[in-house]
Design a protein around this ligand. Structure first.
Ligand code: AMP
Length: 220
């Protein structure tokens, strides 16, 4: 199957590495990346009204209402296929709305332990200018508190603070995990906490893509 005929969803708890793993597939295969979290953060940075409305929910670790998310995602979609949805859908209502817009071929579910999630999220730092992510332990910037790409200041996301993380995880359990059942026929399960992972040759084959290049990542 060609990338241009396919849509993939990446599903998993906060900290599973959805962004990192999808970026690999995008570079390799040319998918269009639709990360609702990234789009929202960009809207906040540009002081957009929708972004500022969303920020109130995000800072508390809650989901942004479905109506806002669907409005936002539709403005970003010009084609029927070729997308990787990252962090979307996150509720059954979002999933059934997506079903009415485009077909979904595979849902890649990244799973990992609670301890690893906490370690990844509490150590994450993000560039305030370009959005590039680092980790204080696993992927520190060589410029300490500044971004290697644009020299922007690195900050800790409001929703990566410990008490907000707990909230995000419980929201995930209640509102997003039911999607595993919703998509059970399309699910590809990948463990996301080993040393070398995740979207390797075998998983790429499962998704129905072929490549000669190996893809792997050190993630802890
Ligand atoms: P992420 O970067 O994917 O972890 O998203 C960060 C935050 O943005 C989430 O905790 C939510 O508050 C919000 N968000 C991102 N995607 C969605 C979505 N599909 N539905 C509702 N809220 C979302």
């Amino acid at each position: 199957m060609n990338v241009s005929d396919m849509n993939l969803i990446f599903l998993g708890p906060p900290g599973a590495g959805k962004g990192t793993q999808t970026k690999k597939l995008i570079e390799e295969f040319g998918f269009i990346h639709l990360s609702t979290g990234d789009i929202l953060r960009q809207l906040i940075r540009s002081r957009d009204t929708l972004g500022l409305q969303a920020q109130i929910y995000m800072d508390q670790g809650k989901l942004v209402p479905d109506g806002l998310i669907l409005e936002m995602i539709q403005t970003k979609m010009e084609k029927k296929c070729g997308y990787i949805f990252d962090g979307f859908p996150r509720t059954i209502d979002q999933a059934s709305a997506l079903d009415k817009i485009v077909p979904v071929d595979h849902v890649v579910y990244l799973f990992l332990s609670h301890d690893v999630i906490l370690k990844r999220l509490t150590g994450r730092r993000v560039c305030e200018k370009c959005g590039k992510e680092y980790h204080i332990e696993f992927m520190p910037s060589s410029l300490k508190d500044s971004c290697e790409l644009c020299k922007g200041r690195l900050y800790q996301r409001e929703d990566d603070r410990p008490f907000v993380i707990e909230n995000r995880l419980s929201v995930y359990e209640k509102q997003t995990k039911p999607l595993l059942e919703y998509y059970h026929e399309k699910l590809i399960r990948i463990e996301a906490c080993g040393n070398v992972l995740s979207i390797d040759q075998e998983n790429i084959k499962k998704i129905g893509l072929s490549t000669h290049k190996a893809m792997s990542q050190c993630c802890s």
